[in-house]
Design a protein around this ligand. Structure first.
Ligand code: PXL
Length: 278
């Protein structure tokens, strides 16, 4: 059985990070080990007064313990990290557990819609860029990419601009980069992949549902990381991740007023499993 370790926070309520990654990756038939980097009562997107327990100091201790057991992972998948020291500990973990034949998959989850999430300042993205630099593949949205590259965030853009941003992301050091939440036309939204080894681009778009639900980036990243771990070819993995994310958004439309409570992704897991079986 393939094995992923995902390193991100536990938001106890609100369906994002580990509470999304773990069920999705398990449903994809992959073992999912976790390193919780912090525990929050809710995510930071729209809840007042959330708690935050920093577990940074546990990361090196978990690493040392796992080293004794010579544990290995097909994919190291990192998501939201809540402090500068967590980034350093995760880089250290990746340097220890990265092999020639495994995947370091980085979702630099730290902002959306041109703004950084509550709790981050402008010193954070350049630091996250250092983790992205050692990754095999990174999956930022345009906000995260713009902050890491020191570019002004653009609401509207064309294909050329997105291609330039992807190339700049790979200049940071990542081998491959995917920009998520890309929309050239109002009716479609999707993701664009760039492979710096082959200098090739691949785009996949599905219907654009003009609603924002929390945790959809984590859903996309979990399915994409899971599919790559299963050995699914990148283009198909991207299609699977975009399609599943759109399906979860559609399943949540009846509950749109509770967008901060996350999506009803659980309803869609059977169809994800079915698609993997085919
Ligand atoms: O979905 C990304 C995410 C993960 N973890 C926490 C967050 C967010 C986005 O706001 O606040 C704690």
């Amino acid at each position: 059985m393939k094995r992923v370790v995902t390193i991100q926070d536990i938001s106890c309520f609100g369906k994002c990070s580990i509470t999304v990654a773990l069920p999705i990756i398990s449903a994809m038939g992959i073992e999912c080990a976790i390193i919780p980097t912090s525990v929050l009562s809710t995510h930071t997107g729209g809840f007042e007064g959330f708690t935050f327990r920093d577990l940074s100091e546990d990361i090196p201790k978990i690493k040392e313990h796992w080293k004794k057991y010579k544990l290995s992972f097909d994919t190291i998948y990192t998501g939201y990290l809540g402090s500068h020291s967590q980034i350093d500990y995760v880089i250290d973990f990746a340097n220890e557990f990265k092999r020639e034949d495994n995947l370091l998959f980085v979702d630099p989850a730290m902002g959306d819609k041109g703004k950084l999430y509550t709790g981050f300042d402008e010193s954070f993205p350049p630091h996250m860029a250092k983790l992205c630099a050692i990754a095999d593949i990174i999956v930022p949205n345009l906000t995260e990419a713009s902050f890491m590259l020191g570019l002004e965030y653009k609401e509207s853009y064309d294909e050329e601009y997105i291609k330039d941003v992807l190339k700049m992301l790979c200049v940071l050091g990542a081998k491959k980069a995917v920009l998520t939440g890309i929309s050239y036309e109002k009716d479609t939204q999707g993701a664009v992949l760039y492979d710096s080894d082959t200098d090739e681009f691949y785009s996949y778009f599905a219907s654009n549902i003009p609603m924002n639900f929390h945790g959809t980036g984590d859903t996309f990243a979990s399915v994409f990381a899971g599919a790559l771990t299963r050995g699914i070819e990148e283009k198909e993995a991207l299609r699977l991740a975009v399609d599943f994310t759109v399906e979860t958004i559609k399943a949540t439309i009846p509950d749109a007023e509770n967008h901060k409570y996350g999506t009803k992704f659980e309803k869609c897991l059977p169809s994800l499993i079915k698609r993997l079986d085919n």
